[in-house]
Write a protein that binds this ligand. Structure first.
Ligand SMILES: NC(=O)c1ccc[n+]([C@@H]2O[C@H](COP(=O)([O-])OP(=O)(O)OC[C@H]3O[C@@H](n4cnc5c(N)ncnc54)[C@H](OP(=O)(O)O)[C@@H]3O)[C@@H](O)[C@H]2O)c1
Length: 244
């Protein structure tokens, strides 16, 4: 590995949009670390990408487990010495329920992955990201996290968002995190953005999405590799800015 070789960590990269994001970063010649909580699934995804010519490695990472997060950071430090790109992609959803019927325990469980997991991973990886001259953090959000959409009863997402309080509000919180990290890290040249991949057919939605995971990965890859003049603290889809 040369010192100019970039390294990217994608959380939840064993399948879906995360795996496709890793695949595309790998195809660009970036070393990709497949963060996954299951060694079998993560190892298989890394092997699949290596067979295509990518420099891909499995990294054990359960974003809800602080010990696992810290161990992953230590491992990346020892093996690569730095991190150039972090894609906070891992997420879970809960079964549809009206807000009034969503148990707090369910909301807490979703936040453990979608919100607290992102904070734990970002904070653990920041020392490594600071060793990159031009680090990028991409948070995989959703239009379902847009407060503007949630407040609009005529929004095309309304039928979904009205029964997905845990997931939608976790992505609203993720958007807030994005802005706050972007502000703190702006002076260091670390660009932090939230993206929406669009409605993609993955296990998260029992493959009801209308886009492919490959299509969904494009916007994250673009911001993961954007130049120093790129945006920070933005919320973007392929079509441009999304209202907060
Ligand atoms: N699909 C869509 O239409 C859509 C739309 C907007 C935003 N998104 C966002 O895109 C991202 C990827 O979602 P997807 O659709 O590709 O879903 P997916 O196929 O269900 O993939 C989710 C990934 O997250 C991993 N994960 C879950 N909990 C984890 C944990 N505690 N630690 C580590 N990894 C964990 C899963 O691993 P396991 O295999 O071990 O469960 C899996 O690899 C998510 O942030 C999602 O919110 C998706």
């Amino acid at each position: 590995m040369t010192t100019s070789q970039k390294t990217a960590l994608v959380t939840g990269a064993n399948k879906g949009i995360g795996k496709e994001t890793a695949r595309r970063l790998g195809a660009l010649g970036i070393t990709v670390l497949i963060g996954a909580r299951d060694a079998g699934r993560g190892g298989a995804a890394a092997e699949e990408l290596r067979a295509e010519g990518a420099d891909a490695h499995f990294v054990a990472l359960d974003v809800t487990d602080e010990l696992s997060v810290r161990a992953a950071a230590r491992h990346i430090d020892a093996a690569f010495g730095r991190l150039d790109i972090l894609v906070n992609n891992a997420a879970v959803a809960a079964a549809p329920q009206k807000p009034s019927e969503a148990p707090a325990a369910t909301v807490r469980q979703v936040y453990e992955t979608n919100v607290f997991g992102v904070i734990a991973v970002t904070n653990a990886m920041l020392p490594l990201l600071r060793h990159s001259g031009a680090a990028r953090i991409v948070n995989m959000s959703s239009e379902l996290g847009s407060l503007a959409h949630l407040a609009d009863p005529d929004s095309p997402w309304s039928p979904y968002s009205s029964v997905l309080l845990p997931y939608c509000s976790s992505k609203s919180a993720l958007n807030a995190l994005t802005v706050l990290y972007a502000e703190e890290l702006r002076a260091e040249g670390i660009l932090v953005n939230a993206v929406s991949p669009g409605y993609c057919a993955t296990d998260l939605n029992r493959r009801t999405g209308v886009r492919t995971p490959q299509e969904g990965a494009a916007v994250a890859v673009g911001l993961a590799t954007v130049g120093a003049d790129g945006p920070t603290g933005a919320f973007l889809s392929e079509d441009g800015p999304i209202p907060w």
